[in-house]
Ligand binder design. Structure first.
Ligand SMILES: Cc1cc2nc3c(=O)[nH]c(=O)nc-3n(C[C@H](O)[C@H](O)[C@H](O)COP(=O)(O)OP(=O)(O)OC[C@H]3O[C@@H](n4cnc5c(N)ncnc54)[C@H](O)[C@@H]3O)c2cc1C
Length: 148
């Protein structure tokens, strides 16, 4: 079942985000388990592994940012998924050049197996230039066919 579950999930296309938080130190982490949850109030949700080093920072700071990555930011996604790349840094707590950044206050963390379902209330939205997103599908970074 576990292998079939992983295979099924590899067939689900997702946008790629970097979630970041600061509490003493600042950390970022690549995450595709992200969704828009509610409009009134504006809420988002993320599935974050309890063993992730980011997890205690989320709990302690009770604030985080979600950067929505654009096409071409594959190296940034790889970096914040544990494959270090040269010169990748957070700027003002987020990814420079992202499609959008959502600044969130932690609303709740619900237990969800080996992950936590992290719910954040969106307090500010920063919009970058519009454009195609970075997509993760079938265990690799993909491009969306974008109308010309
Ligand atoms: C496409 C994809 C989607 C994923 N989706 C999810 C998901 O939805 N949920 C989930 O829980 N896991 C997800 N993961 C796994 C997750 O990204 C990794 O397991 C992550 O590396 C573990 O997080 P950590 O906080 O322990 O990271 P760490 O290993 O502490 O950090 C990850 C990387 O980011 C770098 N880094 C951290 N902070 C900074 C900083 N301030 N400045 C510069 N570099 C920094 C570190 O050097 C390291 O290389 C996904 C991985 C991939 C590839």
């Amino acid at each position: 079942m576990k292998e079939a579950f992983k295979e099924a999930m590899s067939r689900f296309a997702a946008g790629v985000t970097v979630v970041s938080a600061r509490h003493g130190e600042e950390r970022g982490m690549t995450a595709t388990a992200f969704m828009s949850l509610s409009l009134e109030p504006p809420l988002v949700a993320l599935g974050i592994a309890k063993k992730a080093r980011l997890f205690p920072l989320l709990e302690a700071s009770r604030a985080f940012a979600v950067s929505l990555l654009r096409e071409g930011q594959e190296a940034i996604a790889a970096h914040f998924a544990g494959k270090p790349q040269e010169g990748v840094v957070l700027v003002e707590g987020a990814i420079p050049g992202a499609l959008a950044v959502l600044r969130c206050r932690l609303e709740a963390i619900y237990p969800a197996g080996d992950h936590g379902l992290v719910v954040g209330r969106v307090e500010a939205v920063e919009l970058g230039e519009p454009g195609p997103p970075l997509v993760y599908f079938a265990r690799g970074y993909r491009r969306l066919v974008w109308p010309s």
